[in-house]
Design a protein around this ligand. Structure first.
Ligand code: UGA
Ligand code: MN
Length: 311
């Protein structure tokens, strides 16, 4: 009689162990699944490309000078696609100003895609303004020798002053060069600008990033960490700030100037609009990098193959 009892006991123990193990495995994988699900949910909420549309009454006027070179179309397509995504979060008006005597079919056709998409949250203005020959970089000049994009940004400022009435819904201007790399999150930050907002820029001035330095107590911008011309009051790259258009409309003669010293283009422009202590640090108190001053190498010699491309 004893043997079967031991057998039953042993079998039950084994049975319990198996159940316990199975339950253990199940609960571990259950926990894993739950964790993954939570992470997934969190990522959806954080994901900048989420297709959830946010109704934001702000419009960002993105001002992009551009000029013909082999990489132009590639650069502009990246900007166009960034702005398409950004327009899910905030209204975007893209002001594209060609550095040319006439508007080109390359840019015209690219902008037609915005018409075809037919979404009012992304619209554009197409202008052209040629840089005068004496301000044009020569082939062998180092790129810092002359200011770039001056004529074109000033044409955009003129358009804004002629076409925008003051006191409407909030409008912010952002000087968005065609060759930088932009995180879509940047546009949600720009939408927060009251007067002039500032944020870090990656890969610029010989540094991995340039940034405003914020006083942790007062939240004021004290100074800037930048790689060069550090005597500037505003040691900022063009991609590091957004300005409320009201300021531009109030200061009717403020423009970019060829007369600015090398590296002082942004400084001289901002100095006429605002004081340093009034700057609004954005991108999580200037702790996040959402834009990089990247440069695309221009391919020198390319063999040309005919393709039925529209441009
Ligand atoms: C840096 C800043 O990022 C520029 O915003 C600033 O204008 C420039 O310095 C300066 O100090 O002048 P960087 O990368 O050296 O820029 O300049 P580019 O990217 O070559 O040019 C800035 C913008 O002007 C671009 O959108 C570019 O397409 C346009 N550009 C450049 C022209 O329209 N015409 C040109 O001949 C050259
Ligand atoms: Mn550039």
């Amino acid at each position: 009689m004893k043997k079967p009892r031991i057998l039953v006991g042993a079998t039950s123990i084994v049975f319990f162990i198996i159940i316990w193990k199975l339950y253990g495995i199940e609960s571990v994988s259950g926990v894993e699944e739950l964790k993954q699900e939570l992470e997934y949910q969190e990522n959806i909420n954080r994901f900048p490309l989420s297709l959830e549309r946010i109704v934001n009454p702000v419009t960002i006027y993105c001002v992009t000078p551009t000029y013909w070179r082999l990489v132009q179309k590639a650069e502009l397509i990246q900007v166009l696609q960034t702005l398409t995504l950004a327009s899910f979060k905030v209204n975007i008006k893209w002001i594209v100003i060609e550095d040319s005597e006439q508007k080109t079919s390359l840019v015209t056709n690219l902008l037609k895609r915005i018409d075809d998409a037919g979404d009012s949250r992304l619209s554009y203005v197409h202008l052209n303004a040629k840089t005068p020959p004496f301000q044009q970089l020569k082939a062998k000049d180092p790129r810092w020798k002359k200011h770039r994009g001056v004529e074109q940004r000033n044409a955009a400022l003129k358009w804004i002053r002629e076409n925008i009435k003051p006191h409407g819904s909030k409008k912010i201007i952002f000087f968005m060069d065609d060759d930088n790399t932009y995180d879509v999150r940047l546009f949600e930050e720009i939408a927060k600008v009251d007067k002039v907002g500032v944020w870090p820029v990656g890969l610029v001035g010989g540094l991995n990033l340039e940034t405003p330095i914020v006083d942790p107590k007062t939240g004021e911008v004290l100074k800037f960490k930048s790689g060069w011309q550090s005597k500037r009051v505003f040691s900022l790259d063009m991609a590091a700030f957004g300005i409320n258009i009201e300021l531009i409309l109030n200061k009717t003669i403020t423009v970019f100037s060829y007369r600015s010293e090398v590296g002082y283009l942004e400084n001289d422009f901002l100095s006429e609009l605002i004081e340093k202590r009034q700057l609004e640090p954005l991108a999580n108190n200037c702790t996040k990098v959402y834009v990089w001053h990247t440069r695309t190498m221009n391919p020198e010699a390319l063999k040309k193959i005919e393709l039925h491309d529209e441009e």
